[in-house]
Design a protein around this ligand. Structure first.
Ligand code: FMN
Length: 189
């Protein structure tokens, strides 16, 4: 069975460019032919602000939306976070979606498709990394960072700059390698 890559679309804004960027990345992931792809759009999933009474470590979830999110994340073997940069950080819906769960994230690799202006979303990724480490996610170094991403949207589709396809492939290769290496840690718990 092929490992499952969950692509998380972090921006929930109407008119977000994150959706066409994530769609481009999903087509790269499909063409890479290593992973089953789960396209997880946080706008569609519509989690409320964290409303569980117990610490997520306990897995004692009260709400159907949490149980559904838990099942979906637990089924994933690796993640790609498609994230804009908001005020030099990452969007609140992403933090909220991460905070809902704990074990479901543990010992799984994560890569970034970041975008923004001149900094290409890299400041968002820098702030995201300590949060991911607290969840025992394992960030891979290979990354996809898109500067001035708004200029690359043509008729609602993302037109990648030269070299970005290769960056996506390098990240997908790294995620696949890490899935294998981390598997024993996951089965040990
Ligand atoms: C609340 C907010 C804060 C932003 N802050 C930054 C920022 O710190 N750095 C940056 O490069 N772009 C920033 N931008 C511009 C975004 O990169 C741009 O609007 C992008 O389209 C946002 O992604 P989205 O359309 O997928 O939501 C900000 C945009 C918003 C809405």
């Amino acid at each position: 069975m092929r490992p499952r890559l969950q692509i998380i679309v972090s921006s929930t804004r109407p008119g977000r460019i994150g959706l066409p960027i994530a769609e481009w990345f999903a087509s790269e992931a499909t063409a890479h032919d290593t992973f089953e792809v789960d396209f997880a759009d946080l706008a569609e999933i519509g989690l409320p602000l964290l409303d569980e009474p117990h610490h997520p470590r306990l897995g004692n979830y009260q709400h159907d939306h949490t149980k559904a999110w838990s099942e979906r994340v637990a089924a994933a073997d690796a993640f790609a976070l498609v994230t804009p940069e908001y005020n030099h950080g990452f969007p609140a819906p992403l933090k909220n979606a991460l905070d809902f769960l704990y074990r479901e994230w543990n010992h799984k690799p994560v890569g970034f498709v970041s975008y923004g202006g001149v900094a290409a979303g890299t400041r968002a990724v820098a702030l995201l990394k300590p949060v991911l480490l607290a969840l025992q996610l394992v960030p891979v170094v290979q990354t996809v960072a898109i500067p001035f991403a708004g200029r690359r949207i043509v008729d609602g589709r993302f037109d990648p700059p030269e070299g970005l396809d290769a960056a996506a492939r390098a990240m997908l290769d790294a995620l696949a390698r890490h899935v294998d290496v981390l598997a024993p840690l996951r089965s040990a718990e």
